[in-house]
Design a protein around this ligand. Structure first.
Ligand code: ADP
Length: 164
């Protein structure tokens, strides 16, 4: 069984993430979307619990995808989950350098785990969670940047609490 992990912050999940999830789920038997819990990363906008909820909302039509979170080294988590593949998305040359370094480091740590890169969908090559947060901060429209269900979730949350 080909188990793959798609790691990231997903703060919040975007259309770019969903596009990679859909495409990766077609070429693997099981895809685990794994939210990185990084206590050192300053101020995420959404808690791990909320990010997990949002991801679950957008993958519910995909039978072979599940959502989880992890702390620590990605390769340790991959080994624990018996995953042999790490999926990463590439948006631009600017992603390449750090991803290249990470992929080689991970191969050194766990040679049996292969990193696979998927090119962004050209529609989303500009899109990142930070871009979405920046637009939200200034009250702009995030339609088409995040899945509808994520937009609704954020809308509900914003009614009850201040996100900024
Ligand atoms: P960011 O905060 O930069 O949006 P994450 O850390 O949540 O991203 O990203 C998780 C993974 O998804 C990374 O491999 C990243 O390259 C990929 N990714 C993010 N946005 C896109 C996009 N628009 N197109 C393709 N891949 C993407």
């Amino acid at each position: 069984m080909k188990i793959a992990i798609y790691p990231g912050s997903f703060d919040p999940p975007t259309m770019g993430h969903l596009d990679i999830i859909r495409r990766a789920s077609k070429i693997t038997d099981k895809l685990i979307v794994a939210i990185l819990y990084n206590p050192n990363k300053t101020n995420p906008m959404f808690s791990i619990k909320d990010r997990k909820k949002m991801l679950n909302l957008i993958i519910n039509d995909l039978d072979n995808v599940e959502v989880d979170f992890f702390e620590g080294l990605l390769v340790d988590y991959a080994v624990k989950k018996q995953a042999k593949i790490i999926v990463k998305g590439l948006r631009a040359i600017s992603d390449f350098e750090s991803e290249f370094q990470m992929a080689l480091t991970n191969r050194k740590l766990a040679p049996q785990v292969e990193t696979v890169f998927m090119m962004t969908n050209d529609k989303y090559s500009f899109l990142s969670s930070s871009v979405v947060k920046e637009i939200m901060e200034f009250g702009g429209c995030i339609d088409d940047l995040v899945p509808e269900k994520v937009k609704e979730f954020i809308g509900e949350k914003a009614k009850n609490e201040s996100l900024f």
